[in-house]
Design a binder for this molecule. Structure first.
Ligand code: SF4
Ligand code: SF4
Length: 443
């Protein structure tokens, strides 16, 4: 294959066996690729640069080489794996059922152990995964500081004075990505139970509100609960829950991810609910995989069996309240962007559309390539800014062509990424979570 020339053959370590460096199940999964290439057209990075090494087939070839010891983890090899968005579009396209996401995450976990990362990468990983995502109080403090900087005007003053420009590039990128905090955190002020509207509850669910979204995007959670209540669902707010672990798993920090998952299992144990509902595609995919990740843990299997995206619960119900057009002054032109971890990882596409089509006063327009990634992909827009920008540019061009007033997408990272893209392009398109638009339709 053409990509073989771009990698270095392993020297002395060539004889290292696959079992020694790679989880056996991932080796098993790797063998399922028959190299047909049917996934290539679905891959955003391959679409950008046409390099076979940056296609699913090429990356599987590289990962197989690492697993069986033919390749060493040189920069020439790992750069192609780092450039992968982990969007899992290749899984949807693959007729052989190759579980690319599981293989990539196993490989990344193996590389984190074997590679010697640079000082700055080590520091960033320690800050993000060891200090923030495993410590809710630290995350809450960081969110509180961000809120204070925004509301006091200090953030704008620092930007205007050029102080942000003095930060190291990665921190600058992080600063630019911060969401505008509109409301207070969700869980801190939430009652333990939100009652169902319209009489006896049709369902009783526990709400997974996660970490960053809970702190920075409380308005999306409030809208979600409101829409559930308006469909006759009783919602429990669960205190003590933590990050789902998705970011950690994607970054190869498997032990941190497992630690977070175990904590959530404890907190959600024995609630006697019909479902554990979330409204974030990335979190939802991780929650549904707890059973597999914590293989053999009966509680993890139970948890994953109960995990649902909010659209799955709502699609099976009907509203119990009257709905009105979300904008009284005009018919809104709205399009839907499919979050990768909803469409490709959870195979959920029809349900959000079924639910959204209940909103009156909306003209739906198709978004070309709605199934392609927007380039957010966790912290990819910080770690791989150039490719992220290129992928985002296509999304914004497609969005421009629709003339939509509103674009809906059910993942916080995608919302922030597309908002940033619209702002940079001067596109007057509102970027919302589907639950936010639905909540506006509830009188
Ligand atoms: S991942 Fe699937 S679609 Fe892609 S080359 Fe392998 S078998 Fe073919
Ligand atoms: S996960 Fe996405 S970016 Fe990575 S190889 Fe598959 S399609 Fe390409």
């Amino acid at each position: 294959m053409s990509h073989a020339s771009a990698v270095q053959e392993s020297p002395a370590t060539a004889a290292r066996t696959a079992a020694a460096i790679f989880p056996p199940e991932a080796n098993e999964l790797l063998r399922s690729c028959v190299h047909c290439g049917l996934c290539l057209g679905a891959c955003p990075t391959y679409r950008e640069n046409g390099n076979e090494n940056d296609s699913p087939r090429g990356r599987l070839y590289l990962m197989k080489g690492l697993a069986d010891g033919r390749l060493t983890a040189t920069e020439a090899v790992t750069a192609h794996l780092d450039l992968c968005l982990d969007c899992r579009a290749c899984e949807t396209a693959c007729p052989s059922g190759v579980r690319y996401g599981r293989i990539l995450e196993s490989t990344r976990a193996m590389l984190v152990e074997r590679k010697k990362p640079s000082w700055s990468e080590r520091a960033l990983r320690a800050l993000v995964f060891k200090q923030l995502f495993t410590r809710p109080e630290a995350l809450a403090m960081a969110a509180g500081l961000t809120r204070f900087m925004q509301r006091s005007g200090l953030r704008d003053a620092a930007r205007a004075a050029g102080l942000v420009g003095l930060l190291p590039k990665r921190l600058r990128d992080l600063e630019a990505m911060q969401p505008e905090i509109k409301e207070e955190p969700f869980r801190a002020n939430a009652p333990a139970v939100f009652p169902a509207l319209g009489g006896a509850p049709k369902k009783r669910v526990a709400f997974f509100s996660g970490c960053v979204m809970d702190l920075l995007m409380g308005e999306i959670h409030r809208a979600t609960v409101k829409v559930l209540q308006a469909h006759g669902v009783e919602v429990l707010s669960v205190h003590g829950q933590q990050c789902c672990g998705a970011l950690a798993f994607h970054a190869g920090e498997a032990e941190t991810g497992r630690k977070l998952a175990r904590r959530n299992l404890e907190i959600f144990r024995g609630l006697g609910v019909d479902a554990i509902v979330n409204n974030s595609a990335g979190c939802g995919a991780a929650l549904k995989e707890y059973g597999e990740i914590l293989h053999g843990d009966a509680e993890a299997a139970k948890f994953s069996a109960l995990a649902r995206d909010v659209s799955e619960v709502l699609a099976a119900l009907e509203p119990v309240v009257a709905l009105k057009p979300p904008d009284a002054s005009k018919e809104l032109k709205v399009c839907y962007d499919e979050p990768c971890h909803l469409l490709h990882a959870q195979k959920i596409s029809a349900q959000p559309k079924t639910v959204m089509q209940r909103i009156p006063g909306v003209a739906w327009v198709a978004l070309p390539d709605a199934e392609f990634c927007c380039g957010a992909a966790g912290i990819y827009n910080i770690t791989q800014p150039e490719m992220s920008r290129a992928v985002l540019a296509r999304k914004i061009d497609a969005l421009k062509a629709t003339g939509a007033d509103v674009v809906l997408t059910g993942n916080p990272g995608c919302i922030l990424q597309i908002r940033q893209g619209c702002k940079a392009a001067g596109l007057p398109c509102e970027v919302l979570h589907p639950m936010e638009l639905f909540a506006r339709a509830i009188g």
